[in-house]
Design a protein around this ligand. Sequence first.
Ligand SMILES: CCCCCCCC/C=C\CCCCCCCC(=O)SCCNC(=O)CCNC(=O)[C@H](O)C(C)(C)COP(=O)(O)OP(=O)(O)OC[C@H]1O[C@@H](n2cnc3c(N)ncnc32)[C@H](O)[C@@H]1OP(=O)(O)O
Length: 183
Amino acid sequence: MTRSSVTTPPPDAVRPGPLPGGPAPGSPLGPHYSRCFGCGDDHPTGLHLTATTPDGITVQARFVVGESHQGAPGLAHGGVLAAAMDEVIGMSVWLFRKPYVTGRLETDYLRPVPVGTELYLRAWCNGMSGRKAYLEAEGRIGSADGPVAVRAAALFIEVGMEHFVEHGGQAIIDEHHEYEVNP
Ligand SMILES: CCCCCCCC/C=C\CCCCCCCC(=O)SCCNC(=O)CCNC(=O)[C@H](O)C(C)(C)COP(=O)(O)OP(=O)(O)OC[C@H]1O[C@@H](n2cnc3c(N)ncnc32)[C@H](O)[C@@H]1OP(=O)(O)O
């Protein structure tokens, strides 16, 4: 993966372990928001990405590249693939049950991805330091050990729950009754 210093963990970064009480290994990770482009069941043309965690620190996900995801005829749009990377990385940092947003996302495109492809994604955290999380993901064609089509490295920044309300409104709260914004 080609990566800048911004997405490379500093020497003091700590790789997190599974969160006590976090999602059980093997359990499916539901959508974080029903209308999310990446994972929402109610998004008409979204990725409808489905995901599990095998170990509480990694996310494995898949989606099928559809007609509405094209850039060049018959091929996935690069921005859509970047969105898939952003989503699976977002899911992997949410395993630690603190809200983070993408600060920077770097993407390498290694192979074209035709419409109809099942893309198998994996994301993990390389380290955390203060509010910063350094994450990585890959997307493979056809199976979990298929050829790598996309790789990504990201810097995510921890925010408060109020970030989503202040900038996005009440909708996220309506789907996350388990959190109080001002406890
Ligand atoms: C009740 C609610 C429940 C919610 C539940 C959520 C569940 C989620 C579950 C599952 C997720 C699934 C996946 C979701 C989708 C994938 C995630 C996305 O797409 S997120 C959308 C795109 N991203 C944005 O919209 C961010 C927009 N940017 C911002 O809001 C701000 O810029 C923010 C918060 C990133 C930083 O702003 P500051 O004011 O808080 O902090 P400052 O001081 O600027 O930055 C902190 C440190 O980070 C560095 N930093 C920030 N951005 C950087 C960048 N782009 N490059 C390098 N460094 C950066 C800064 O240099 C600073 O570092 P130094 O502390 O000084 O060392």
